[in-house]
Design a protein around this ligand. Structure first.
Ligand SMILES: *Cc1c(COP(=O)(O)O)cnc(C)c1O
Length: 384
């Protein structure tokens, strides 16, 4: 390493260059900066068409989209929600806020997604919802999950925060369950700083979703001329996103394929460059089941154990390369213990989460930097 080598960041928020033009347009031409203005409508229409979705509504965050879904599920205290423990806190907080009990189910070691084969054993009389999280943008085994949900009359809420542009058997992630939740946080593939969207796949929920999103009022019906004044009719909050943020996101949706291809190229380069280490059994690489097309949200590898992972992260940090581990399983967190329980044996969640390390991945990461990261990971293992 030379002293002049720059830092390889773990993430740099996506930026395509037209974002500020559209933000200006919202402010100076449209004079519309609150929610559901022209840019929000463009984003909604684009996602509905591209993902073949019944209804998509921008929200202030992926967390807000999950919260809206939890309200739409009409959960009551004591109702149970099944989710993986290996996920972000928002997957849990949205449902916990409704008084639901969280039932954590183990993940599959190959994809780090909820193990569909372990879900049904966790279903009880009180179970109302299953929340599959498409980790790293690789879809969960949705056919199996939907079958279980049908058998027990459960709602499926897809946490597709990481899976915008990913598909399962040709269908867009987020459009397969009753609801899907996207995130446009700066760490995600497409961003507006903070933001998200809820996908409503069962049309019977659309009107209520619009009400809940607009402070519990029937304002949307008023705008459509279906009622002559609007009023408070249901529970709700302010979940709609500003059109300024929507303008920013619109710039990136227009170039969604370009962003996606760039990330996939980075992912493929990592995979190829690190395959010799995987073949030697030194590391494990992520699996993408044949029915899944992913969006390169993340590139991770798995070390032998926690100690080796710490050394690898330190090795890379000393060479100006940022790499990071991921979730502390929710069932072992203070709040997770208070609000939930792990069903069955924690065979893989803790063990696999301790081995996982994420490498730099963002739109515009240069092939030279990717090569540098690969070389340093290989050097680390060569020296052992
Ligand atoms: C990012 C993320 C969220 C939350 O999205 P925000 O937009 O940050 O609120 C929820 N679930 C998962 C799995 C995520 O990765």
């Amino acid at each position: 390493m030379t002293m002049t080598e720059s830092v390889v960041n773990f993430n740099i928020p996506p930026y395509v260059g037209t974002e500020m033009d559209y933000v200006r347009e919202a402010a100076e031409i449209n004079h519309k900066i609150c929610g559901d203005g022209p840019f929000s409508r463009k984003c909604h229409a684009w996602m509905e068409e591209r993902f073949n979705a019944e209804k998509v509504l921008l929200t202030t965050s992926g967390t807000a989209a999950l919260e809206m879904a939890a309200v739409l599920c009409d959960l009551k205290p004591g109702d149970e929600v099944i989710l993986p423990s290996f996920t972000f806190s928002s997957t849990a907080t949205a449902f916990q806020a409704m008084g639901a009990t969280l039932v954590f189910v183990d993940v599959r070691p190959d994809t780090m997604n909820i193990d569909e084969a372990k879900i049904e054993a966790a279903v009880t009389e009180r179970t109302r919802v299953i929340v599959p999280v498409h980790y790293a943008g690789v879809a969960c085994e949705m056919d199996a999950i939907i079958k279980i949900a049908r058998r027990h009359n459960l709602i499926v809420v897809e946490d597709a925060a990481q899976a915008v542009m990913s598909t399962y058997k040709g269908r867009a992630c987020g459009t397969i369950g009753t609801f899907g939740c996207y995130s446009f946080h700066e760490t995600k593939n497409y961003s507006m700083g903070e933001g998200g969207a809820i996908v409503i796949n069962d049309p019977t929920y659309i009107e209520r979703a619009e009400i809940i999103r607009e402070k519990g009022t029937n304002r949307q019906r008023f705008f459509r001329g279906q009622v002559d004044k609007y009023t408070w009719v249901d529970r709700g909050s302010s979940y709609l996103q500003s059109d300024l943020n929507a303008a920013y996101l619109w710039a990136q949706l227009e170039q969604a394929d370009k962003i996606n291809e760039d990330r996939l190229a980075t992912w493929a380069a990592y995979y190829e460059g690190l395959s010799p280490l995987a073949k030697s059994g030194l590391i494990e690489l992520p699996a993408v089941p044949p029915e899944c097309v992913h969006n390169a949200h993340m590139f991770y590898l798995k070390c032998t154990d926690l100690a080796e992972r710490s050394e690898l992260i330190a090795h890379l940090r000393a060479r100006n390369i940022q790499s990071v581990f991921h979730y502390i399983p929710l069932h072992s967190s203070p709040a997770g213990k208070m609000f939930g329980r792990f069903h069955g044996e924690d065979e893989f969640t803790t063990r696999e989460s301790e081995r996982l390390v994420r490498l730099p991945m963002y739109y515009g990461l240069s092939p030279e930097d990717v090569r540098r990261v690969i070389c340093e990971v290989r050097a680390f293992y060569d020296a052992r």
